[in-house]
Write a protein that binds this ligand. Structure first.
Ligand SMILES: Cc1cc2nc3c(=O)[nH]c(=O)nc-3n(C[C@H](O)[C@H](O)[C@H](O)COP(=O)(O)OP(=O)(O)OC[C@H]3O[C@@H](n4cnc5c(N)ncnc54)[C@H](O)[C@@H]3O)c2cc1C
Ligand SMILES: *[C@@H]1O[C@H](CO)[C@@H](O)[C@H](O)[C@H]1NC(C)=O
Ligand SMILES: *[C@@H]1O[C@H](CO)[C@@H](O)[C@H](O)[C@H]1NC(C)=O
Ligand SMILES: CC(=O)N[C@H]1CO[C@H](CO)[C@@H](O)[C@@H]1O
Length: 590
């Protein structure tokens, strides 16, 4: 049953997202979807911003590799007998996403020789296709689809230069003060209630150009705002890292206007300006650990060995550094540490996902109050936060037609066609919870996750509220993504009908629980799988991000967060990385 459903979704995803040689998909015209692939780029960019500090492994061969690395100013030696190319530097950073990008900028600015390894490839604005199918393949971990082992949660994570920051929905939300308090008091990580952290958040927002105002909101955000207003609730504006009139809508597939500021166009540019070198197509495989003759940390990290993702290259790359920083993200950092021989039991545990469930509402084509199409405009410019005693927030997603199709319930061919024809005028609102449940990821791609009862309750409350908001905004039909395709025609229905429908809205979990109607949760936020702790018992790394077991090994990504943030985590991850990187820079002086 489960397999059957998954295969259907995959076929649907392919059918609506793959393109022919002219970058077109024959189904798109019918569903009213248009992608701007021919539009001139506003700023003619001939040079890619990271070009001068970049070595792209896909361009290299065994013969050219050492020379290309040396040309970037690196200290390279070759061991021909063992077929190894060795780089020596101050700091090696594994992963170029939110955390890695910030760490690279700070450490390069402090005068260290920094090398960044990224297994994904580099796409600058001129290279982004804005096309859902190719983008999911090129920019995302596992081609955009990574289920947990039990199939209950579908996880998305970025895998390209810039990581999650290149594909994120540009929502910039500071760490809530209640969370800072929890982390400082319950988890005893004092940094979170210090000036150091507040300063870092301000610096981060300044660098990525967080902008509070949004001149023109897209269709879905207007729906969320209007619906809340009509219910007497208030949706807040979400700061964007794009300029006020940023209105491109396809930022999740890479921003072609170059307006949105991901790590690839901000922090990594700073890093390269200060002499950092980024090597793409380079997958870190094992940390180099030796015994350390100190009481505190048994081991010492000397660097990392990497596999080069190009069949023309047989050499392996060894990077020796005084400090090694893992910034592979919460799904991969743990497996790198574990497969290198580290044993702290917190590594790979406490993985938080911010699970989400979505409701949809259909709005007639020529609605004068709420015009536009669901893929136009800034993706996430509004948020509804119900307040202290509720543990969910409501936001809207960026959904390409392929993902939309894969998420839609399947009743019959005719019904499905109808749903697809209404794609561009279907607004989605999702509920996201600060999860108390958590999971485990001890080896790459194998994710176990257990829901806490309260998370399911909160999701249910949030999902019901999402349905109410859509109805209040004037949707003529609403529904959830539960497997039975349940929905309500709003026109002509009484308050009792609505109440009755809301009673049926549930957040029951995935296929393996064998309930009749189930939901597949989504997650684009992963955190906590190598959390900081005040002691070896409490955390995988200390308050400086340094491993409790190996001297000179640090973690600088979403995995160090003590628990779930409850809001979009990028600013929190970057601000944390900012503090940790400053501390690492200082440790060189002593
Ligand atoms: C579709 C989507 C939308 C999002 N929208 C928002 C938003 O609007 N606001 C917000 O705050 N957050 C958003 N997020 C979440 C945010 O992007 C992530 O939480 C954040 O980027 C995580 O940062 P990180 O440093 O932990 O890891 P990442 O940014 O994921 O970076 C990890 C990098 O390491 C690389 N890597 C992994 N393993 C290796 C290896 N072995 N060798 C070399 N390189 C490796 C990966 O390719 C990747 O580039 C979104 C995420 C997604 C997927
Ligand atoms: C790699 O090759 C591509 C295609 O030839 C080229 O556009 C790009 O600039 C090269 N990358 C680097 C870093 O030189
Ligand atoms: C997400 O995108 C915004 C806008 O591009 C950018 O400012 C921010 O840096 C990105 N997020 C991360 C985690 O880098
Ligand atoms: C929210 C945000 O990042 N805003 C900035 C994004 O980038 C633009 C373009 O540089 C800045 O002007 C914004 O301030």
């Amino acid at each position: 049953m489960f397999l059957l459903v998954c295969t259907t979704s995959l076929c649907l995803l392919a059918f609506f997202s793959q393109v022919d040689e002219k970058s077109n998909n024959p189904s798109w015209e019918a569903i009213g979807y248009k992608v701007d692939i021919n539009k001139e780029h506003p700023k003619q960019q001939t040079e890619r911003p990271l070009q001068k500090g970049m070595v792209e492994i896909m361009n290299e061969t065994d013969d050219t590799l050492a020379n290309s690395l040396m040309q970037k100013g690196l200290d390279v030696t070759e061991n021909l007998k063992e077929n190894i190319c060795k780089i020596t530097c101050d700091v090696v950073i594994i992963g170029s996403g939110s955390g890695g990008g910030v760490a690279a900028a700070i450490l390069a600015k402090s005068g260290k020789k920094v090398v960044v390894l990224e297994k994904g490839n580099y796409f600058s604005q001129r290279d982004y296709s804005n096309l859902e199918g190719p983008s999911l393949d090129q920019l995302y971990e596992s081609g955009g689809i990574l289920p947990t082992l039990d199939g209950k949660v579908m996880i998305q994570a970025g895998s390209t230069v810039g990581g999650g920051s290149a594909v994120n929905w540009s929502a910039c939300i500071k760490t809530p003060s209640s969370v800072l308090k929890e982390w400082a008091e319950v988890h005893k990580i004092k940094m979170y209630e210090s000036h150091e952290y507040t300063f870092a958040m301000n610096k981060v927002c300044e660098r990525i150009g967080v902008n509070e105002k949004c001149v023109k909101e897209g269709f879905q955000n207007q729906v969320l705002r209007k619906g809340c207003e009509n219910l007497g609730l208030k949706a807040e504006f979400v700061a964007q890292n794009a300029s006020e009139n940023h209105y491109c809508g396809s930022c999740c597939f890479g921003c072609r206007s170059g307006d949105k500021k991901g790590a690839d166009s901000t922090w990594l540019v700073d890093a390269v300006e200060h002499g950092a070198v980024i090597i793409t197509g380079c997958k870190a495989e094992k940390l180099l650990l030796t015994n350390n003759h100190e009481e505190k940390r048994r081991k010492k990290c000397l660097g990392v060995v990497s596999h080069l993702l190009n069949p023309k290259i047989s050499k392996r790359l060894l990077i020796e550094a005084k400090a090694t920083i893992s910034a592979c993200g919460s799904l991969i950092t743990p497996s790198l540490l574990i497969s290198s021989g580290l044993r702290n039991p917190n590594i790979g545990k406490h993985l938080h996902l911010h699970p989400v469930l979505m409701a949809w509402g259909y709005f007639p084509e020529n609605d004068p109050v709420l015009p536009g199409k669901n893929y136009e405009g800034g993706i996430l410019t509004s948020v509804y936060k119900p307040g202290f005693d509720e543990n969910y927030i409501l936001e809207v997603p960026g959904l390409g037609p392929g993902t939309f199709a894969a998420l839609s319930a399947w009743e019959s061919g005719k019904d499905f066609k109808e749903r697809m024809l209404r794609y561009s005028r279907t607004a989605h609102v999702f509920a996201l919870v600060k999860d108390y449940g958590s999971g485990e990821v001890k080896s790459a791609g194998r994710i176990n996750y257990k829901f806490h009862k309260s998370d399911v309750e909160n999701l249910k409350k949030g999902l019901k509220q999402a349905v109410r908001v859509l109805i209040a905004a004037g949707a003529t039909e609403v529904g959830t993504q539960s497997s039975d395709g349940r929905r309500l025609k709003c026109k002509g229905s009484s308050d009792e009908d609505v109440q009755e429908f809301l009673e049926t809205v549930d957040a029951k979990d995935g296929p393996l629980s064998m309930v009749e109607d189930w939901n597949i949760y989504g997650s684009a936020h992963q955190m906590g799988s190598c959390r900081m702790g005040e002691s070896e018992k409490e955390g995988a790394v200390d308050e400086n991000g340094e491993s409790w077991e190996a001297k000179g090994l640090y973690v600088c990504d979403g995995s160090v967060l003590p628990s779930a943030v409850g809001v979009n985590p990028m600013i929190t991850i970057q601000s944390t990385a900012y503090c940790l990187a400053q501390r690492i820079a200082k440790s060189f002086d002593v």
